[in-house]
Ligand binder design. Sequence first.
Ligand code: NAD
Ligand code: DAU
Length: 359
Amino acid sequence: MILVTGSAGFIGANFVLDWFASCSEAIVSLDALTYAGNRENLASVAGDSRHTFVQGDICDAPLVQALLEQHRPRAIVHFAAESHVDRSIHGPAEFLRTNVQGTFTLLESARAYHAKLSADERSAFRFLHVSTDEVYGSLGPDDAPFEETTPYAPNSPYSASKAASDHFVRAYFHTYGLPVITTNCSNNYGPYQFPEKLIPLMILNALSGKPLPVYGDGLNVRDWLYVGDHCAGIRAALEGGVPGETYNIGGLNEKKNIEIVREICALLDELKPSPDGPYERLITYVKDRPGHDRRYAINPAKIMRELGWKPRETFETGIRKTVQWYLDHTAWAENVTSGAYRNWIDTNYTERGTGSGER
Ligand code: NAD
Ligand code: DAU
């Protein structure tokens, strides 16, 4: 069996659901159920005897050690994190705690557990750390995409905390021989993404007739990957990746933010037309994100060449599926956008006003 942290969040839940769709190996899930964690994301495997869900904090060393001793996993797949850049700007402390201290706690527990395994179990064991392309910083318009050898240059408290955790993971391989693998992935989208992130926020705001808040000039570039393709990349790295190595995962899909928002509007015009006219009327330029990275792009040649991975969805197929998923899951969206979510929307957007607009 494997231990998966952060499995009630966006990517973790997709990983668990995809895993059970294609294999029978058991999973123990560890998730603190923060605002971003949602048991409903795992509702379809709630009665499945292969799945054990534990609500708990990755910073809780006795809990993590007990789970390892009790379940004896052959691998840890580590998703749990604070993941939203804007929240890291408003409150960086929680990012330091979960992303750095939490990853450190897992590494320490894994190191002690790994040392007690038999020789065969020790060499088969993997600690797979799920990280981000944001650790590499920001690209200029003509720069080559990030490679595994690109120097780290994190610019937000979120990316700084992920970079710190990546460095600890690396150090545990070199110092203690813990068989770690790190994946650095570009922006994901798809089902179950919490609507603080660009794509679900735009879909749900449009459907409620609310403004579509585009930061700055809307020309920042992200490299989008459908979440199922990211999960397949993680599985490939878990099974075939070389300990101590890192693998960049990306969709070869660079888009400006404003293009994404316009594509969502066009899809909604087709699938759920508004009586008030095209959704683009709701686009509103607002004050930029402080320290906003201009461009991310991933070169995924290594994982494609060495592990045979490649993305299956194009942006066109993936975004259509995603918009349709949100249209089909209005109850899920209503549940996650009540209460504390509204406080966050007030915190992040009320003082932004309107920005300078597309140039
Ligand atoms: P998310 O915010 O949707 O989910 C995070 C999950 O971690 C939640 O279920 C939350 O309850 C849990 N969690 C938070 N703190 C915890 C703690 N202290 N103990 C236990 N559980 C805790 O995040 P996501 O978008 O699914 O991202 C998952 C991972 O993938 C993160 O490590 C993130 O850095 C990385 N990543 C995300 C993207 C992306 O586009 N979303 C891209 C590349 C890498
Ligand atoms: O690159 C991988 C990263 O992608 C992950 O590590 C992070 O966990 C994930 O949150 C994501 O980070 P971004 O900051 O790129 O994603 P976000 O969806 O927050 O924003 C995408 C772009 O859209 C970014 O340029 C900011 C812009 N944006 C975002 C929001 C929420 C807007 O213009 N308006 C918005 O309201």
